[in-house]
Design a binder for this molecule. Structure first.
Ligand SMILES: Nc1ncnc2c1ncn2[C@@H]1O[C@H](COP(=O)(O)OP(=O)(O)OP(=O)(O)O)[C@@H](O)[C@H]1O
Ligand SMILES: C[C@@](O)(CCO)CC(=O)[O-]
Length: 957
């Protein structure tokens, strides 16, 4: 056996080697896994080899051109494939005595002598050191460790946590990781919150909640098996910003260091199952961990030595051998994968693969990784059919795992993800019929032939034309699946873009305040809410260039689409009746949403993309429902006088303003104002139609809204609302008299007469994520959550009867308000127990609850930050209200005093003079003329409302 002297005392690398803590000897010694690389982090890992390098600083001896050129050539860092193939000695000063070309296997448990670099293989072994050095080099990492499996790597990383710590993880995690997380919860006191990591904002409520002890964020990208993309770079930045002490950990197995190096994106710890791409041959089990931070490396080294799961010498040798061909294998596997994904996509299966242009996370993935990888998944729509396809494949081996040079096929729900409870799988949208393909290095035509044979045998496709070299196939859709033309965006439909029926309309819709029952209302509990006097406005104008455009000045976003490039084939069937609108249980088509998501140029502006997705969805849906291929070219500009994403129903106001602008401008509803107006009144039927369309847009923005926000925004007034769930009828009861007040109950003596103070904490949050979090807790902890909902139902019932009654005397009124205040306190406590509280909301409550004000306050809307609502009794003086608002403002909060129960949506046909000019400066010597449009686009807050109210002819519901 060769003798590598593995305890270097000096280092010849131009950048210093760091040292790694060695727990075996309680000392620091320079083992090979510690490697410092170039601080300016080149695109490819910096070269750590002495072979083929010269000092980048050229001396005067390089004066002749040949020598200079050759020096420059040698000074270039090696590219990834070269680095994989060239294995350096961790200590280049000490060569193998026999010049062995391959790293020898030090098959020994112990080492003789005292004070040497190695004493016991559990603590360190030269073969393992070589491997770790090599992994650090290709990963551009300071430290690397090799252990006995990928799960072993995760276990070591989890041991950096303490009982009581909390983890944020994705909701599409590898099943094995989920199993370990479950163990940690039961036995380690470590809780995990699963969020949608495709939306970086979904982590913010947890990261900013001081009550949460978030110590780790665990990410996968692309996820396995749904191939969803997490923006590792943005998430790492958010974690640094809000929770700098938390570690961002990435399972990089799907990508390997060849395609993605998360440490370069700001993540802290990366692990790979070495069993997969790094080894490539499925002949060993291994895991590798890389990190840059010395303190983290020290903790990891301590655990590996303590528990003894360092990789064995023989497996280290095998893994080192595998890594040499990493880039070669992945290049081939990836090229095959692209062909297979395109083949399945062309047949009309729903394919998840970031190499396809239709993949919704492609833009993000292309930014953080250099290739789509070699795993893809697809859905057939039928579990039995999927089982038959998997069973019929021959060349594709049925196997768990991936990353091998042979192609594999599996059904994750039956295999790799079977350890996840089926209910949890369903809640996390993991389709039971999903088939995962892990593509190998075989000839792609053989792979496609075998897959095609399996699809035919399983009845998933049929031959429609046998002529030609290759039969033409057609997908057989499972019963119940809508027949939609799935030829993707490749077929562009040409048509004449029309003009809208109405050239210019403006609409508006109010925000809302939920007084009682938010969140519980999503699950069938009664809630009480009313319209407030802050509104959202939408201006729709005709254009004549075959485009539809959306401008959202509040979010700094605008985009226009060529109408001929939209995926019209996905809405080709009439989807809803024009008389009643979409049914309340209509679920937006995930397929259309995914394709629409792909249309956005600014994928990173998530709020705007959500809003634009809702816009395009509603626009296309309405065009399809009209069924006459009338797709008018139009511009839409939407402004909000409401704080966006603060619990006051900005998304519902947006949805209602948009839906009404569409319905009136397309001529589906008759104009109640302006030239040719039939009747200056909005009927209840018209308001219901607007509401039905707005609900669909709310679903696109929110996921699973209860419908209360859009109902209040459309109809106005104050209502007791119960959603229809599981066969139980819904309820919509106006609170108070409705006479002469439009379609809704524009309010009510009871609710309107009560003053409310709204306080915006300005803590950002996202309703969709918060609602999904409560739904998940209800699923996972029904015994805790259901009693809370029952209690909220009792609170809403009592508030409903209080608000429906008209107190006979001032003292009855005072006790009515006192009881409402108590209910507010109780409801707030329940919302905190549901997990949607926030420290900033408690700060508001402690101010409003303090003397001399002593008022009851609760969060309103989705919580997690956003707004609080305070009941202001009749005898509360204006001076006291002013001083309270000043106190809240001094803590950085915005306040709004509002009435509750105002009017619903409104419409006006502004005069044809779109360019009319008004004075913008008030009384200044040099008055500037500002076009109306600019006033609309640029005015803020009350000025916007004043401007809009100044437009003559509004008709309100
Ligand atoms: N004026 C606007 N311009 C663009 N998008 C908007 C506007 N108003 C609302 N939105 C959309 O609505 C989303 C905010 O909805 P979200 O449900 O998170 O908050 P909210 O409706 O204000 O609060 P809650 O649902 O708790 O009452 C934004 O992310 C954006 O997509
Ligand atoms: C949190 C929630 O109850 C109110 C959001 O304003 C969600 C909904 O009802 O759709």
């Amino acid at each position: 056996m060769s003798c590598l002297s593995a305890c270097p005392s000096t280092h010849s690398l131009s950048l210093p080697l760091s040292t790694t803590y060695c727990p075996a000897t309680e000392a620091t010694h320079p083992t090979a896994q510690s490697l410092s690389l170039s601080p300016d982090s080149p695109q490819q890992p910096a070269m750590a080899s002495t072979a083929g390098t010269v000092s980048p600083t050229l001396s005067s001896s390089h004066s002749d051109p040949a020598s200079l050129t050759s020096s420059l050539l040698r000074a270039r860092p090696y590219r990834f494939a070269t680095q994989c193939a060239t294995v350096d000695n961790p200590d280049p000063q000490h060569k193998d005595q026999y010049g062995s070309s391959s790293v020898p296997i030090y098959q020994t448990a112990t080492f003789k002598g005292m004070g040497g670099a190695y004493d016991y293989t559990r603590s360190g072994n030269p073969t393992r050191s070589h491997l770790e050095h090599h992994i650090a080099k290709i990963s551009n990492a300071r430290h690397a460790f090799a252990v006995t499996s990928g799960m072993g790597a995760l276990d070591v990383i989890f041991r950096l946590l303490k009982p009581g710590d909390e983890i944020i993880a994705g909701n599409d995690l590898y099943g094995g990781s989920n199993r370990l997380i479950g163990y940690l919860k039961t036995n380690g006191g470590i809780t995990t919150h699963h969020v949608d990591t495709t939306d970086p904002e979904s982590l913010v409520p947890l990261l900013t909640d001081p009550a949460r002890k978030v110590a780790m964020v665990l990410l996968e990208s692309p996820t396995n098996p749904l191939l969803q993309i997490a923006d590792l770079e943005t998430i790492a930045r958010l974690v640094r910003q809000h929770r700098p002490e938390a570690l961002v950990v990435v399972d990089n197995t799907m990508m390997s260091p060849y395609l993605c190096r998360p440490l370069e994106l700001g993540c802290d710890v990366v692990y790979d199952s070495g069993t997969k791409y790094l080894s490539g041959h499925h002949d060993l089990m291994a895991g590798v961990i890389t990190c840059d931070r010395d303190d983290v490396a020290k903790g990891i080294a301590f655990t590996i030595n303590s528990i003894g799961n360092g990789l064995s010498p023989f497996d280290s040798f095998l893994l080192l051998r595998g890594v040499k061909t990493l880039s070669l294998r992945i290049d081939k596997q990836q090229a095959n994968s692209v062909l297979i994904a395109q083949y399945l996509d062309a047949l009309g299966f729903k394919v998840n693969y970031p190499g396809l242009p239709s993949h919704r996370g492609k833009a993000v993935h292309d930014r953080i990784a250099s290739g789509p990888g070699a795993v893809l998944s697809f859905e057939t729509g039928d579990v039995g059919m999927s089982e038959r396809i998997v069973g019929s494949a021959r060349l594709w081996g049925i196997s768990v795992s991936f990353g091998c040079i042979n192609s594999l096929i599996s059904m994750p729900c039956l295999m790799s993800h079977a350890s996840i409870d089926p209910a949890v799988r369903a809640a996390r949208n993991l389709p039971e019929d999903l088939i995962r393909l892990c593509v190998g290095i075989e000839d792609p035509q053989d792979l496609i032939d075998d897959l095609e044979a399996a699809l035919l045998e399983a009845g998933a496709v049929r031959v429609v034309d046998e002529a030609g070299a290759r039969a033409t196939l057609e997908r057989v859709r499972p019963a119940g699946e809508d027949v939609v033309e799935l030829s993707g965006l490749r077929e562009v439909q040409r048509f004449e873009a029309g003009r809208p029926e109405v050239e210019r309309v403006m609409t508006s819709a109010p925000g809302k305040v939920i007084l009682f029952g938010e969140h519980a209302v999503v699950h069938g509990v009664t809630a009480i809410a009313g319209a407030i006097d802050l509104r959202c406005y939408c201006l729709a104008e005709a254009r004549s260039d075959g485009h539809v455009s959306l401008s959202l000045p509040d979010l700094g976003y605008s985009q226009s689409w060529d109408l001929s490039t939209l995926p019209w084939h996905l809405v080709s069937a009439p989807l809803s009746s024009l008389k009643t609108g979409p049914k309340p249980d209509t679920v937006p088509s995930a397929e259309l949403l995914a394709l629409l998501a792909n249309q956005f140029v600014h994928q990173d502006q998530l709020k705007a993309v959500q809003a634009a997705q809702a816009f395009l969805y509603l626009y296309m849906h309405l065009c399809a429902a009209r069924g006459d291929a009338a797709r008018p070219a139009q511009s839409f500009t939407i402004r909000s006088g409401l704080p966006i994403g603060a619990g006051l129903g900005s998304s519902a106001a947006y949805s209602v303003a948009l839906a009404s602008a569409l319905l009136y401008s397309h001529g589906v509803l008759p104009l109640p104002s302006g030239p040719g107006a039939a009747e200056a009144r909005i009927t209840r039927t018209h308001a219901d139609l607007v509401n039905a369309h707005a609900f669909l847009a709310e679903k696109v923005i929110h996921g699973t809204p209860s419908g209360i926000d859009n109902t209040v925004a459309a109809l106005g007034g104050a209502v007791a609302f119960r959603r229809a769930v599981k066969g139980r009828e819904g309820m919509l009861e106006p609170l108070g008299p409705q006479e002469g007040e439009g379609a809704g109950s524009a309010a009510t003596a009871a609710a309107r007469g009560i003053r409310f103070l709204l306080t915006d904490t300005k803590v950002p949050r996202d309703t969709k994520t918060l609602v999904a979090g409560v739904a998940r807790r209800k699923l996972e902890e029904p015994d805790t959550i259901n009693p809370l909902f029952d209690s909220i139902q009792r609170i809403s019932d009592r508030a409903h009867s209080l608000l429906a009654s008209s107190p006979a005397s001032p003292s009855a009124r005072a006790s009515q308000l006192a009881e409402l205040s108590q209910l507010v306190e109780q409801n707030h406590a329940h919302l905190v127990s549901l997990g949607v509280g926030h420290a900033a909301l408690e700060a508001v409550r402690s101010t409003t609850g303090a003397q001399p004000w002593a008022l009851a306050t609760k969060l309103t809307g989705a919580g997690g930050g956003g707004c609080a609502v305070t009941v202001v009794p009749d005898d509360f003086s204006d001076e006291a209200l002013t001083s309270l608002r000043a106190a809240l403002a001094s803590s950085g909060f915005d306040t709004y005093s509002t009435t509750v129960g105002g009017r619903g949506f409104g419409i006006v046909v502004p005069s044809a003079e779109g360019g009319a000019e008004v004075d913008s400066a008030e009384g200044g010597a040099e008055q500037t003329k500002v076009p109306e449009r600019r006033r609309f686009e640029e005015s803020q807050g009350e000025e916007l409302a004043r401007w809009a109210e100044g437009v003559e002819g509004w008709v309100l519901a």
